[in-house]
Design a protein around this ligand. Structure first.
Ligand code: LHQ
Length: 247
């Protein structure tokens, strides 16, 4: 599976970071694919804007920390190499792109993932999203433009607090502090169920009642295994709005 999903509709190039099991942490492949997508956005006249988001429950957890051997006997690692090859060119590419880049932060944005969001032109965040300058937790310095954007966006006191403490900042506080443009409600739909119901309705015209009843049974079986079904029923029983995750 590709580590970036790209689709184009009505002039918008939608780019989705797609390593959800790793909270969309960056590895070299993801950097290279993102670079190609941004080059396409810059080059193609039909692309009028870029929408950057993440698959699953996170936006991006920054560098994939499993990529490097930090065990006691291992050779020292020169982090400036990947910053020079990947992160700094990415921040510069975002700044130079002659089209607006909207970042839709769908979940946690940590480390370089948080600063990737800040390097976009307009940042929207789902109400459940959060921002973490997690670098200090692993003995590092905020990179990917963090020490440039943070004090400019929120002032030096808040920038220093975020960087030193590495605490999660909620999307609502991020909006209040001026770190981002706006919080929007979480997407909310039971995406998997929607996909299954489309299958059923599109198959319907060509099916007999018997065949359609069988199809409904099979699709319902699948829907019943989804997390969203459990959440939907639980929310109903608890008399609250469901929080669907699309899976
Ligand atoms: C991850 C990661 C991750 C791998 C979660 N890597 N697996 C630039 C250049 C060169 C080198 C160094 O760095 C940089 C820039 C940077 O970005 S440095 C900062 C790197 N990022 C971090 O330090 C963030 C680390 N992650 C976290 O603090 C938490 O995972 C956050 C706050 C993002 C989310 O917390 P939770 O919602 O509690 O999720 P979790 O911690 O349980 O993570 C879920 C899974 O994702 C887990 O794997 P598992 O197999 O146990 O389910 C994590 O290991 C994995 N994961 N971040 N960066």
């Amino acid at each position: 599976m590709s580590s970036i999903l790209v689709s184009q509709e009505a002039g918008v190039l939608a780019v989705t970071l797609n390593r959800p099991e790793k909270l969309n942490a960056f590895n070299p492949e993801m950097h290279q694919e993102l670079r190609r997508a941004l080059e396409r956005a810059a080059d193609e006249a039909e692309v009028r804007a870029v929408l950057l988001t993440g698959a699953g429950r996170a936006f991006c957890a920054g560098q994939d920390l499993a990529e490097r051997d930090v065990s006691p006997g291992a050779a020292p690692i020169d982090l400036s190499a990947s910053i020079g090859s990947y992160y700094n060119p990415l921040v510069r590419r975002l700044r130079a792109l002659p089209k607006p880049i909207v970042c839709a932060v769908n979940g946690v944005a940590a480390g370089a993932g948080a600063n990737l969001a800040l390097a976009c032109d307009l940042v929207l965040a789902a109400r459940s999203a959060s921002f973490v300058q997690s670098f200090s937790k692993i003995g590092l310095v905020p990179d990917s433009g963090g020490t440039f954007y943070l004090p400019r966006l929120v002032g030096s006191a808040r920038a220093m607090g975020l960087a030193l403490l590495g605490e999660k900042l909620s999307a609502e506080d991020a909006e209040r502090w001026g770190l981002i443009w706006k919080v929007v409600d979480d997407e909310g739909g039971p995406t998997k169920g929607y996909g299954l119901l489309k299958k059923a309705l599109y198959a319907s015209p060509g099916n007999s009642l018997d065949a359609q009843l069988d199809l409904e049974r099979d699709l319902q079986r699948e829907a019943g295994f989804s997390e969203d079904y459990r959440e939907g029923v639980t929310a109903f029983k608890e008399k609250r709005q469901p929080k669907f995750k699309g899976r």
